[in-house]
Write a protein of this length. Structure first.
Length: 176
């Protein structure tokens, strides 16, 4: 079987169509439903795609705006598995700087919320002694490289890299 658009033939077909001419089978086209896909340059984990933006470090707000322009959000780390995936990737590429995540307590000091939903945080991975709101200026969260990418609160204007997250897009593939 040949997979159209170089997709792996690992999905169950939704339906098939056989083409006959005078009783002879000419070809079979198999339609595969809802294959998941990430944009080029984005990494896949779970049901999300991630882009590690490290070409132009910027403030938290600028990272937020950048992610929004590409149809994403600053990453919202909701599970230990997702957190481990991000940390392992940063360690594997030898990252030496911090990365903004979509967490802030700018609305109410000490009450951290995910930016895109304003949901409370269920999972955390704060570095020891964090968050500490040092000098009453730290309202945004980052993956902090000196502490093995555990979370840290920092001033939102600090220039850091950032991670964008978007839900994987669904595409229909044809096998035939």
């Amino acid at each position: 079987m040949i997979c159209w658009l170089s997709r792996l033939c690992t999905h169950e077909p939704k339906f098939t169509m056989n083409f006959y001419l005078f009783g002879v089978l000419l070809s079979t086209v198999v339609f595969v439903a809802d294959a998941q896909n990430c944009p080029a340059g984005w990494l896949h984990h779970g049901t999300s795609c991630y882009a590690f933006i490290d070409s132009e470090p910027d403030g938290w707000i600028e990272g937020l705006f950048y992610c929004n322009t590409v149809g994403a959000k600053l990453v919202e780390i909701e599970t230990a598995s997702e957190n481990d995936f991000l940390k392992k990737h940063l360690q594997s590429i030898g990252a030496t700087t911090n990365y903004w995540i979509g967490l802030s307590d700018s609305i109410q000091e000490g009450h951290y919320l995910w930016q895109s939903t304003q949901d409370n945080v269920d999972f955390t991975d704060w570095a020891p002694g964090e968050p500490n709101d040092d000098h009453h200026t730290e309202d945004c969260a980052e993956l902090f490289q000196p502490f093995g990418f555990h979370w840290n609160d920092a001033p939102c204007s600090t220039k850091s890299n950032f991670i964008c997250e978007k839900t994987m897009s669904k595409v229909s593939n044809v096998i035939g």
